[in-house]
Design a binder for this molecule. Structure first.
Ligand code: AMP
Length: 414
């Protein structure tokens, strides 16, 4: 009977058949990152709330409504991490990574938490993998992290992917642009959704993300930052595009692209997938040249991305078959159980995946069970100390030297 307990709303269990697809994804990601010299980093699942308020930005949806925040027993405010970049930058500063050769290139993978309305592709506990390239403002770094995610999606075989590219300019350019945008929004206040209207002065860029029809109408004629880029910002963006062109990475310029985090400057990008319905973004990121200073460090330019693992898996929609077992040890007589256990340990140490009956089955049921779990060979320990090896595919069975079973199993036929 099922228990009355269920996984909390917006969370899910990862069952073995789903874990296999994740493992493949993680293995491909580890290879793609390692090939480009990105080193793994892991940070705690919770951090001081203040880190996200400063790092992600108080005006963002994430900080305003989506954080799982709690007090610890010492009265400190902690928050389950809603994203990874602020933590990686905190670790960069905390461990003096500015002293290392720059840029420092890191990648991470793990669970993240946002109190969002759950739906397909949107959960309260989800998983992201991401990369950060910290300590250079070169457009090469922007192109490199974009190409990392493009490569990863390509090697996994994610169908229907489109890369959208934009630029927010430097902080100064963005500030000037935001004034223009606010003026446009104030001029059309009556047509905006309440939510957007209330936040014109706090976070006007979010208006580009709105689903509200009136707001969309206003935004269709809004000034865009991409058309206002000048000087070094324009050059930087042109260089990123040229690098992607030279590398054969396809993209579309999206002047209305915004991201739900405050820290972006200059390049921003988003990979969307047409197989995902409402939650179509697979991953995205951008440059965040002001974040490390915002967290109390020396001004340090950086760029990175995060991608949603569940969204990638949804887009792939594939079943990864289990690996089966190399061997199953069946005992014709219960007296052989000790021998079977010792032998299983030896085979496992020799790298052969091996199971044996743990449930007191009859000999016949042991063979059935071996078949059910996909064992390729069954080693039968007879009551008189002899042994037989059965190939489950061909059904062939032969006597084997009971004194030399590990060699028998690791030999040519393995
Ligand atoms: P963000 O950190 O908001 O830039 O999101 C990066 C990626 O994480 C998105 O493109 C999604 O693939 C994924 N993501 C963000 N929020 C969620 C969520 N609530 N559930 C599942 N995936 C998410």
């Amino acid at each position: 009977m099922a228990s009355k307990f269920q996984a909390p709303r917006g969370t899910f269990d990862i069952l073995p058949e789903q874990a296999r697809g994740r493992r493949r994804l993680e293995a491909v990601a580890a290879t793609v990152f390692a090939r480009a010299g990105y080193e793994p980093i892991a940070t705690p699942v919770f951090e001081d709330t203040d880190l996200f308020e400063r790092g992600v930005g108080k005006s963002t949806d994430i900080v305003r409504k989506e954080m799982f925040t709690f007090e610890d027993k010492g009265g400190r405010s902690l928050t389950l991490r809603p994203e990874g970049t602020a933590s990686v930058c905190r670790a960069y500063l905390e461990h003096g990574m500015q002293k290392l050769a720059q840029p420092v290139k890191l990648h991470y993978l793990g669970p993240f938490f946002r109190h969002e309305r759950p739906q397909a592709g949107r959960y309260r506990q989800f998983h992201q993998l991401g990369a950060e390239c910290i300590g250079t403002d070169s457009p090469l770094a922007d192109a490199e992290v974009i190409m990392l995610l493009a490569d990863l999606l390509d090697e996994l075989g994610v169908p229907g992917v489109e890369l959208r590219l934009g630029s927010l300019g430097s902080f100064e350019a963005r500030r000037a642009y935001l004034e223009d945008l606010k003026a446009h929004l104030h001029a059309h206040e009556g047509d905006l959704s309440n939510d957007v209207r209330e936040r014109i002065d706090v976070n006007p860029l979010r208006a580009f993300d709105s689903d509200d029809e009136g707001t969309r109408g206003v935004m269709a004629n809004a000034p865009t930052i991409v058309e206002q880029l000048e000087g070094e910002d324009a050059e930087h963006f042109a260089e990123v595009r040229a690098l992607l062109d030279a590398a054969g990475v396809a993209y579309v310029i999206d002047p209305t692209l915004v991201r739900g985090l405050d820290y972006y400057t200059r390049t921003i990008f988003s990979f969307v997938c047409d197989r995902l319905g409402g939650q179509s973004e697979i991953g995205g990121g951008g440059r965040y040249d002001g974040l490390i200073e915002q967290l109390g460090g020396q001004a340090t330019p950086a760029v990175g991305f995060a991608a949603g693992i569940e969204r990638i898996l949804l887009a792939l929609d594939e079943e990864v078959a289990g690996e089966g077992r190399d061997a199953f040890i069946a005992v014709a007589d219960p007296d052989q159980r000790q021998r079977a256990m010792a032998l299983a340990a030896e085979l496992r140490h020799a790298g052969i995946s091996t199971e044996l009956d743990l449930a007191g089955r009859s000999f016949k049921s042991q063979l059935k069970h071996a078949n059910r779990i996909g064992a390729r060979r069954v080693l039968i320990l007879e009551a008189d100390g002899t042994a037989q090896l059965r190939d489950m595919e061909s059904g062939e069975q032969r006597a084997v030297d009971p004194g030399n079973l590990v060699d028998e199993m690791t030999g040519d036929e393995a």
